[in-house]
Design a protein around this ligand. Structure first.
Ligand SMILES: [Zn+2]
Length: 142
């Protein structure tokens, strides 16, 4: 948990609560369609592919690849302790792309962050009730 965290927080709704319950438990849980088999992100109670409401909250692998990223040289409020945030788009193994943060040790160097690199989810508790899904590079591949 980040002591004294004052940054913006997501506000879980009945339609997204299973996602936030999952992150709190250290799991990436997404809606998976019982009709077309597709996975949906951002969290919502219906399928983004065929609009079916026949979805089941299902644990995703937490693995993906780095699609793109940007280094924010002005840290966002509440994230001063992480230095310069690396805002990333990760393509999950299951298909959906997530906008997220990429955890980097030390000063982020764009030349040391390869596109299409394998990444995995990691969880960052920011308050007692909210845990955010971040990603980190998988060194040496998987
Ligand atoms: Zn579907």
């Amino acid at each position: 948990m980040i002591e004294g965290y004052t940054g913006k927080l997501p506000v879980p709704t009945p339609g997204t609560q299973p996602f936030w319950d999952g992150t709190q438990a250290g799991k990436l849980v997404l809606p998976r369609c019982g009709d077309c088999g597709g996975w949906t992100y951002y969290p919502r109670p219906f399928c983004m592919h065929c609009f079916s409401w026949n979805v089941t909250w299902t644990r995703a692998s937490g693995h993906g690849t780095l699609h793109t990223f940007a280094i924010n040289h002005l840290p966002a409020k509440g994230f001063e302790d992480v230095g310069k945030p690396v805002i990333a788009v990760v393509e999950l193994e299951e298909g959906p792309r997530m906008i997220t943060n990429l955890m980097i040790e030390g000063e982020p160097d764009p030349d040391a962050i390869p596109l299409d690199a394998p990444v995995e989810v990691t969880f960052r508790a920011v308050t007692p009730g909210i845990t955010l899904p971040w990603f980190r590079l998988v060194r040496g591949g998987r």
